[in-house]
Design a protein around this ligand. Structure first.
Ligand code: SAM
Length: 278
C-alpha cells in the first residue's frame, strides 16, 4: 500500500505502540525515526524537518490562519493566560523554544510588564528571519531576542529562565526526551514549563471531521496558498505521530517536572501540558 493511501487511524501512533520520541530502533541496524508516516534514518530526520520549515516560512503565518480558521490564536492566548507573566516591574525571562515567527514571544511581551523579556530559540534561520522582521515591526526588539539553536541542545546555561514555552514545536524534535531534559536544565528552580501541541481529538464526529480536514483539506490548501502540498502533509502526519495527552504527560514527568497537568483545547485537537521545576 502506498504510504499516503493508508488511513489516519491505521497510521495513528496514539495507540499502545507510540514511541516516546520520534525515534525508534531498527532491527536492520541504524536507528530510524518517523518523519510524518515515513520511517527515515534518525540522523536525517532533523534535516528533513528543517527543509519543511525553510519551505513554509514565508507563508507560515498566513497558512496557520487558513488551516486553523484562526483557532491557533485562541490556543496561543490560552497559553499566555496560563503563563500569567508579571504585569508590574518584576524582571521575568521566558525562553520560547521552536518559537518560529514569534507569535508566543510577541503575545507575551504585549501582555507583560516592561522588565519581562523573551528569547526565541529555533533551529530554522528562515523562520527566525520572518520572526525578526515581525518583532521589529512591532517595536519589540529590546524585549525579544532571536537565537538559532536546537531544542535538544540548548545554547543556554543551567537555571537561567523563569519559564519555558514550546508551541507546536516539540513534535518536530527527533528526541523528545532530550528536549524535555533540556527544558528542565535551563529552567530556574521554581520555573514553569508549558507546552502547546496538537493532541488526540476525543470528540466523536469532530475527530472524523478533523481527519478529513487534516488529510484532504490541509495539503490542498498548502498547494494552493504556498505551492507546497508535501510540507503540509508532513505537518498533518506528524500530528498523528505525536503521543496522546496522558502519554506525553508521562514524558514530562520523566524529565523531572512536578505537578504536571494537561488541558484539552477544542476537544483535544490541541492540548497544553504544564509542569514545574521544583
Ligand atoms: N512556535 C511557533 C508557532 O506556534 O507558531 C512555530 C511552530 S512551527 C509549527 C515549528 C517550529 O519548530 C519551526 O519554527 C521549526 O523550525 C522549529 N523546530 C523544529 N525542530 C526544532 C528543533 N530541534 N529545535 C528547535 N526548533 C525546532
Amino acid at each position: 500500500m502506498d504510504q499516503n493511501s493508508q488511513t489516519a487511524s491505521q497510521q495513528n501512533a496514539h495507540g499502545a505502540g507510540a514511541s516516546p520520541s520520534a525515534s525508534t530502533g531498527s532491527s536492520t541496524g541504524g536507528n530510524t525515526a518517523s518523519f510524518g508516516f515515513r520511517a527515515v534514518p534518525e540522523t536525517e530526520r532533523q534535516g528533513l524537518v528543517n527543509k519543511v520549515f525553510a519551505s513554509v516560512a514565508g507563508r507560515y503565518d498566513l497558512m496557520n490562519d487558513l488551516m486553523s480558521g484562526g483557532l491557533h490564536r485562541l490556543w496561543k492566548r490560552e497559553l499566555i493566560t496560563l503563563l500569567n507573566p508579571p504585569r508590574g516591574a518584576t524582571p521575568f525571562k521566558l525562553l520560547d523554544v521552536a518559537g518560529g515567527t514569534g507569535d508566543i514571544a510577541m503575545r507575551y511581551a504585549k501582555d507583560s510588564g516592561p522588565n519581562a523579556t523573551a528569547v526565541i530559540c529555533d533551529i530554522s534561520p528562515e523562520m527566525l528571519e520572518v520572526g525578526r522582521r515581525r518583532i521589529a515591526d512591532a517595536g519589540l526588539e529590546s524585549r525579544i531576542q532571536c537565537i538559532e539553536g536546537n531544542a535538544e541542545e540548548l545554547p543556554f546555561a543551567n537555571n537561567s529562565f523563569d519559564a519555558y514555552t514550546i508551541a507546536f514545536g516539540i513534535r518536530n524534535v527527533t528526541h523528545i526526551d532530550r528536549a524535555l531534559a533540556e527544558a528542565y536544565r535551563v529552567l530556574k528552580p521554581g520555573g514553569r514549563f508549558l507546552c502547546l501541541e496538537f493532541s488526540e481529538c476525543r470528540v466523536p464526529v469532530l475527530d472524523r471531521l478533523y481527519d478529513f480536514h487534516s488529510f484532504e483539506v490541509i495539503p490542498r490548501l498548502g498547494q494552493l496558498a504556498a505551492g507546497d502540498a508535501d510540507s503540509y502533509r508532513y505537518l498533518a502526519e506528524s500530528i498523528r505521530r505525536f503521543p496522546p495527552q496522558e502519554k506525553f504527560a508521562g514524558l514530562v514527568r520523566n524529565a523531572g517536572f512536578s505537578r504536571v497537568t494537561h488541558r484539552d483545547l477544542t476537544g483535544g485537537i490541541a492540548a497544553i501540558h504544564g509542569g514545574w521545576k521544583i
